[in-house]
Ligand binder design. Structure first.
Ligand code: MEV
Length: 435
């Protein structure tokens, strides 16, 4: 499979779908699904309470991604213009230097059991650690199917939070699941015994979203020669990106926005593959705030390395390729089919690569032309659409408004009327066929 599909964005929608289906070797059913509503009301009604409708978001495909020598088309579900194009462009530049290189920790999630009113915290801690083996066995009895799949509870630690309050961390290898259910079940299964051992009162029993034992790391390089843009040399651009990285390393106000640029990519894939993007967000920001050096840190940094710019990103990635939403949501299953990953670790590495790509693309765009120009032309498209433009007219109206730096609905209507009265376009359909 090749993720490099030149001219893809210029194809009419139906042909884009056909191209993706052919590239992935989708069977007729799966290919048909691409053009259908991906979540029906009956299914949605079983997913949440008080359902009144199904809310849509654009599903696009990120191109040019190569991770650890393997190509992937990336399903991306996002409402913000330019994220998918920017990710694809960044991946295209990075691909020239071999693509992304990623590693994933074992899929270990943490269950927390809070113990309160413990009279002797040190004695309680020792009692729990002495009984660790029995507690782990108890946890594993609560979910035998995980052990059958090669996962299960592995170890535990005890932390004293303040006099009288302890927290036990149970480390669980959840294999290809996101793991929330199994981890919560295990936390509940060992809670009573922990209460007895500590002589305290059991409080919360729940997973931690700071999944810092389940991190992914990704690295990418872009040669200076591929970084040049407009009048700026590649080396100048690289230095600008390193300075932007330092800015985020030194200032939490900038780090928050830098990380938002990463999450633009990560969340888009999380949504498209049915993963819990809120838990990934919570984990990412908690991780960013608990790293060596203190304060809130950027998840990705950029440095010069001989004649290349090198980016590295490390973050927790609690994602699943089985269970959860995937069981019920046909769109999530299709998203996973597009990503073509064989494990949750592989999905996590791909998501981190997309995050590094959107981070790089944002920094580059801000240094090259400012972020507003790109945003402006995409914003112009939605204004043109709202003003009633269809098919080719959308681009033409948007281009004219963006070029004039006047992106307003009244202006769009004016341009539309002029184009229509000049008979520029016979019918929207005709224009589609012309492409
Ligand atoms: C906008 O969605 C994301 C950026 O603000 C990220 C950044 O500033 O690095 C452009």
């Amino acid at each position: 499979m090749n993720s490099r599909l030149p001219g893809f964005y210029r194809l009419p929608l139906e042909q884009r779908r056909q191209r993706i289906a052919a590239e992935l070797g989708l069977d007729e059913n799966a290919a048909r699904q691409l053009s259908q509503v991906l979540l029906d009301e009956t299914t949605a009604d079983h997913m949440v309470e008080n359902l009144i409708g199904v809310y849509g978001l654009p599903l696009g495909v990120g191109l040019n991604f190569r991770v650890n020598g393997r190509d992937h088309l990336v399903p991306m579900c996002v409402e913000e213009p330019s994220v998918i194009a920017a990710a694809s462009h960044a991946a295209k530049l990075i691909r020239k230097s071999g693509g992304f290189f990623a590693e994933a920790d074992d899929p270990i999630m943490i269950a927390q059991v809070q113990l309160c009113d413990v009279a002797d915290a040190d004695a309680a801690r020792l009692a729990i650690l002495r009984n660790a083996e029995e507690l782990i066995a108890l946890a594993n009895c609560a979910n035998r199917s995980l052990s059958d799949r090669g996962g299960g509870a592995r170890s535990l630690t005890v932390r004293v939070l303040e006099p009288g309050m302890l927290v036990v961390h149970l480390h669980v290898d959840v294999r290809d699941a996101m793991g929330a259910n199994v981890v919560n079940t295990m936390a509940e299964a060992i809670a009573e015994k922990l209460g007895q051992l500590s002589g305290g009162v059991v409080g919360l029993r729940i997973l931690s979203n700071l999944a810092d034992l389940r991190c992914v790391s990704v690295r990418a390089e872009v040669a200076f020669d591929d970084l040049a843009i407009n009048e700026q040399s590649g080396e100048t651009m690289a230095d600008g990106i390193v300075r932007a990285s330092r800015f985020a390393e030194l200032d939490p106000y900038r780090a928050a926005t830098h990380n938002k640029g990463i999450m633009n990519g990560v969340d888009a894939v999380a949504l498209a593959t049915g993963n819990d993007w809120r838990s990934i967000e919570a984990g990412a920001h908690a991780f960013a705030a608990t790293q060596a050096g203190g304060g809130y840190r950027p998840l990705a940094i950029w440095r010069r390395n001989e004649n290349t710019l090198q980016g590295t990103l490390r973050m927790p990635m609690a994602v699943g390729t089985v269970g959860g939403t995937l069981r019920v949501h046909p769109g999530a299953r299709l998203g996973l089919r597009i990503a073509d990953v064989s494990s949750s670790s592989e999905l996590g590495m791909l998501m981190a690569a997309v995050g590094l790509a959107t981070n790089f693309a944002a920094l580059r765009a801000m240094l090259a032309e400012g972020i507003q120009r790109g945003h402006m032309s995409l914003h112009a498209r939605s204004v043109a659409l709202h003003a009633g433009a269809t098919a080719d007219l959308v681009e033409r109206v948007a281009d004219e408004m963006a070029a004039a730096g006047d992106v307003r609905e009244e202006r769009a209507i004016e341009i539309l009327q002029r184009l229509r009265s000049a008979g520029t376009l016979s019918s929207p359909l005709a224009s589609c066929n012309d492409r």
